[in-house]
Design a protein around this ligand. Structure first.
Ligand code: NAD
Length: 451
């Protein structure tokens, strides 16, 4: 079976690829399993050197990778360059982490106990289409650092950057079989990885719906799972905030990547006493978002990923609630304009993940009301708090049921800091030293010192 990979900005095919099935998935797991004993024995400094070389090769091929990502996902080229820059940083970070991830000695009666951090084995990594290379690197970096081998399944719509990364890993000197990229359907190749008895863990990023299937499927073989799932994050703006600054930043926290971002602050909660002033600023700022050709350096928002996804996004917009709708190209491409709606937290647009450029603006009364509304969601991935009151910022940050927050900023994803969700946004942490825990097992060895 072949797969046609499209450019979502032009609807033109980029390439036809063969799709793997169960047999190819099994062959990839077998290659990873065969490569495991040698890879886990590689001395830490040598493993670090190989990861560092991969980071350097990503830097050297940064423009090529950014162009691939921009064409395949419809991302503005400037954003794609930033993402590839992060991929290189991720490999450099985990190169530095390899020899700093060690065990302890624990004094106990009759001897000593030592802990070792062992690799899990073959790990299956299943990633989505919105940040294909970035999210793959967040998993590959710690997985390789800990001595695991990998079968990576990119999303069907966006496999190209992962395939190129697989080639670069070989060029970096990472042995054959350590990083295997298999292009195929989630329901076939992904499902096979979940069921495969020789796969020790699934590192999954994607929708909460598929995450539920991953978790249920993994139970049969007690596989470890890390789940990075959907979000419906709140951008909470108090009346004492720098309203102009908060409003200028807000559009980019929802409309970046055309809203196809698990961290999108797609519920904008605004204190009633500042509501109309803030909304005026927000509309002005949203008018400024440059939508168009992803290859143009000035473009800030490209198209959605597919025609089908555009149809889904459209179902969230109630014409009667629209307070602003921007412009977007109306010829070829899966375009959708930046859209602001006034909503209550009970409306579907505020409850479900839209994954498109649609933001719900919701008023709140006071601090307690803001916390209650922000937490009234099954999700808990990210969020922002805008206020000039430092104590309030910390109080609210502690009260929000969410994994990743920012204060007077919408930026909360960094290579060195943990990333992951509360509630139905998943569990386990990626990035930072925290990710290493998800790709290693602690072994405790007792050594008797008796005569
Ligand atoms: P998706 O869940 O449809 O697919 C994700 C991956 O799972 C793809 O590779 C897909 O092929 C695979 N898959 C699909 N069905 C499968 C099955 N039955 N068994 C195994 N694998 C299967 O998600 P998507 O549409 O590609 O991505 C969008 C979703 O990802 C959004 O919900 C978004 O919030 C989420 N996301 C989360 C994070 C995070 O870190 N929390 C980051 C990015 C995206």
């Amino acid at each position: 079976m072949t797969l046609t990979v499209l450019n979502p900005a032009t609807e033109e095919p980029i390439i036809e690829l063969e799709q793997a099935g169960v047999e190819e998935a099994d062959a990839a797991v077998a290659r990873a399993d065969k490569a495991l004993p040698e890879w886990r024995r590689v001395a830490p400094a040598d493993r670090a050197r190989l990861l560092r070389r991969l980071g350097t090769l990503v830097e050297e091929h940064a423009e090529e990778l950014a162009q691939i990502e921009s064409r395949n996902v419809g991302k503005p080229i400037s954003g794609a360059r930033g993402e590839v820059g992060m991929v290189a940083q991720v490999f450099h970070f985990y190169a530095g982490a390899v020899d700093k991830h060690y065990g302890e000695t624990i004094p106990v009666a009759g001897g000593v106990a030592a802990t070792f951090r062992e690799p899990l084995g073959v790990v299956g990594l299943i990633v989505p289409w919105n940040f294909p290379l970035n999210i793959a690197s967040w998993k590959i970096g710690p997985a390789l650092a800990c001595g695991n081998t990998i079968v990576l399944k990119p999303a069907e719509l966006t496999p190209l950057s992962a395939l190129r990364l697989g080639e670069l890993a070989l060029d970096a000197g990472i042995p054959e079989g350590v990083l295997n990229v298999v292009v195929g359907k989630g329901s076939i190749v992904g499902q096979r990885l979940i069921e495969h008895p020789d796969v020790a863990k699934i590192g999954f990023t994607g929708s909460t719906e598929v995450g539920q299937r991953v978790m249920a499927g993994a139970a049969a073989t007690i596989k470890r799972v890390t789940l990075e799932l959907g979000g419906k994050s709140a951008n909470v703006i108090f009346a004492d905030a720098d309203l102009e600054k908060a409003a200028a930043a807000a559009p980019y926290s929802v409309f970046d990547n055309a809203g196809q971002d698990c961290c999108a602050r797609s519920r904008i909660l605004v204190q009633k006493s500042a509501y109309s002033r803030f909304l005026d600023h927000l509309i002005e700022a949203t008018k400024g978002v440059k939508v168009g050709d992803p290859s143009d350096e000035a473009t800030e928002m490209g198209p959605l990923i597919s025609a089908q996804h555009r149809e889904t996004v459209a179902t969230f917009v109630d014409e009667a609630q629209i307070v602003f709708r921007g412009d977007a190209p109306d010829d070829v491409g899966f375009w959708f304009p930046c859209t602001l709606v006034e909503a209550t937290n009970a409306d579907r647009v505020a409850r479900e993940e839209v994954f498109g450029p649609v933001a719900a603006v919701i008023p709140f009364e006071d601090e307690a009301d803001a916390i209650a509304i922000a937490n009234d969601t099954p999700y808990g991935l990210s969020g922002s708090i805008w206020t000039r009151d430092g104590a309030r910022a910390l109080r609210v940050a502690r009260a929000l049921e969410t994994g990743v927050l920012s204060v007077n900023s919408n930026s909360s994803v960094r290579v060195s800091t943990p990333f992951g969700g509360f509630k139905q946004s998943g569990f386990g942490r990626e990035l930072g030293m925290h990710a290493l825990a998800g790709y290693s097992e602690i072994k405790s060895v007792y050594i008797s010192t008796d005569d």
